[in-house]
Design a protein around this ligand. Structure first.
Ligand SMILES: O=P([O-])(O)O[C@H]1O[C@H](COP(=O)(O)O)[C@@H](O)[C@H](O)[C@H]1O
Ligand SMILES: [Mg+2]
Length: 543
């Protein structure tokens, strides 16, 4: 067994084109570090919520040049089998460690497979790549990014010609082609022959952002903006200037790309502390709104002044605000969200007489909803212009939210006032998340098992009226590893993250509100219920 492990590691090492990972692997082999080798050679990275994602390092369970070359070769084989023998593959990348190398390897493999490859001119937001796929008539797209993951991670998002990320069965078919790549020596990798795109594609993306805003809407809201050490700044500033918004005040320490993300523990606006510098700036400049992108700028977070200080809006709050704004503007088409997001969107759509759909987690699902006009997920993702970008887009979401803030400002109101309106109209929909990061992935499986073996019959004093195991799928949803509990006035979903070593529990309580003056009491009740739900759920899951 252990000899086999060493043999596999040596075979991998012999083909590894990257001096960094070669050195790392040679050290592990010399040290006969079986535990580390088993962790790296115990399987292969699989497509998750958003493509491949994992820690940088040597071996098939890590992100590295060998894994990327195999992934690209598998994708090329899949495209060729599906009749795209000389189609265009467009490739984007963020500013993480190795991202540019992985993009170049992908272009080389596509070129070697007889496809045409075009690489974006520099590190750019993921939505620019998603836009470029359809704009350029590509048969596929790849974005090298690990989004908001820690600095040591990287990843690989795969899009097909419809501009959306892959879903079953394409992901399994591509995975089978990847598994069939026996040796890197069978993968031709020319050193040239692909195109590096110029700024034309970015100009076209920016021109398209015009479609997001109403022609004569007010553009007065002042903002503070952080790019979270990622690639969003230049494109966001260009889009804001084009729209005629005041230039955002930048969180300068986080404005430019830095693969070490030095000022934050995790470059994710959802994580505690990530917004500290943005809040400090906001206390100085007192804007109408604080906006953050995640490092690949497909997420958009927002914060507002609430009483004496600033507070983050939850993804579900921003999701409802944007929906209400689009409804006020007379939008038509389907509103959609993932099942882990707030049920308030369904209420808003219903009231407006608009079709509404629920999907599994991830924009690979939301973006495919037929007739989609607006889609969002609680993880700070919003698709506000599906004809432009069939994925979440942190730039256009920021534009639309800033337009809404401007419009409310012109009425002497704020985003919080609009949230109050929604609560009075539809009941207070309060959400929270219990998210547990683990070192040892088996803890997540153990928690899921425990919940399956001993399903809770009540949580936070509320009765569980329905317990669904989503691995069986439902009449509307394909199978997924998740559990959903319906309670009297609450809903809980538990699932393993598909992008990070985390167990995520999504909580929602709905508290009726008779009139505006009942809001503070409703908020207090909701907060208590959410706290109790977290406590009882953690106990039931043993986490
Ligand atoms: O990382 P990003 O910004 O691309 O975001 C990715 O991960 C999020 C969290 O997924 P999970 O809960 O499985 O970790 C998903 O909601 C999103 O659709 C996906 O694109
Ligand atoms: Mg992202």
């Amino acid at each position: 067994m252990q000899d086999d492990l060493i043999a596999r590691a040596k075979a991998w090492l012999a083909e590894d084109p990257d001096a960094d990972t070669r050195e790392e692997l040679a050290r592990l082999i010399d040290a006969e570090d079986h535990a580390e080798l088993a962790a790296r050679f115990g399987g292969t990275l699989q497509f998750g919520t958003a493509g491949l994602r994992g820690e940088l390092g040597a071996g098939p369970m890590r992100m590295n040049r060998s894994v990327v070359i195999r992934a690209a070769a598998g994708l090329a084989a899949y495209l060729r089998k599906n009749g795209h023998t000389d189609g265009l593959v467009v490739i984007g990348y963020d500013a993480r460690h190795k991202s540019a190398d992985f993009a170049r390897d992908t272009a080389a493999v596509m070129t070697g497979a007889g496809l045409r490859a075009a690489v974006l001119p520099r590190p750019l937001p993921t939505p620019v790549l998603a836009f470029a796929v359809r704009h350029l008539g590509a048969v596929a797209g790849v974005e090298v990014t690990a989004s908001h993951n820690p600095p040591r991670d990287n990843g690989y998002k795969v899009y097909l010609g419809d501009g959306s990320q892959i879903v079953p069965p394409a992901d399994a078919e591509i995975a089978a082609e990847i598994a069939a790549v026996a040796s890197l020596t069978t993968v031709p990798r020319p050193t040239e022959g692909w195109e590096t795109l110029d700024d034309g594609v970015l100009d076209a993306y920016l021109a398209r952002t015009d479609a997001v805003l109403a022609e004569d809407s007010p553009r007065t809201a002042r903002t503070v903006y952080t790019a979270m050490h990622g690639v969003g700044k230049d494109v966001l500033l260009a889009a804001f200037a084009r729209a005629g918004f005041p230039a955002p005040d930048l969180v300068t320490e986080q404005a430019d790309p830095d693969p070490e993300f030095p000022t934050v523990a995790f470059p994710n606006p959802e994580e505690p502390g990530a917004m500290d510098l943005a809040f400090a700036k906001a206390r100085e400049t007192n804007p109408d709104l604080v906006i953050a992108n995640d490092p690949d700028a497909d997420r958009c977070a927002a914060a507002v002044r609430d009483g004496a200080d600033w507070r983050m809006l939850r993804g579900d709050e921003v999701g409802a605000l944007l929906a209400a704004h689009l409804v006020r503007r007379g939008a038509s088409g389907t509103f959609a969200e993932s099942i882990v997001s707030s049920s308030l969107l369904g209420r808003v759509a219903e009231k407006a007489g608009l079709p509404y759909e629920e999907t599994l987690t991830g924009f690979k699902w939301i973006a495919r909803v037929e007739g989609l006009r607006y889609g969002y997920e609680e993880a700070l993702g919003y698709c506000v212009d599906p004809d432009g970008v069939r994925d979440k887009d942190g730039i256009t979401a920021a534009l639309l939210l800033t337009e809404l803030a401007s419009e409310l400002k012109s009425e002497g109101r704020t985003l919080l006032d609009l949230l109050d309106d929604l609560a009075v109209e539809h009941g207070l929909h309060a959400t929270d998340q219990l998210s547990v990061r683990v070192q040892d992935l088996s803890l997540i499986a153990a928690a899921m098992r425990r919940l399956r073996e001993q399903p809770p019959t009540g949580l936070a004093g509320l009765r569980v009226t329905d317990a669904e195991d989503l691995t069986r799928g439902t009449d509307r949803l394909p199978p997924t590893d998740g559990l959903r509990y319906t309670l009297d006035g609450a809903r809980v979903i538990v699932r393993p993250s598909g992008t990070e070593p985390k167990l995520k529990c999504y909580l929602e309580v709905v508290v009726p509100v008779a009139a505006r003056d009942g809001l503070p009491a409703a908020r207090a009740t909701a907060a208590e219920l959410l706290t109790a739900l977290k406590r009882d759920l953690a106990r039931a899951a043993g986490i």
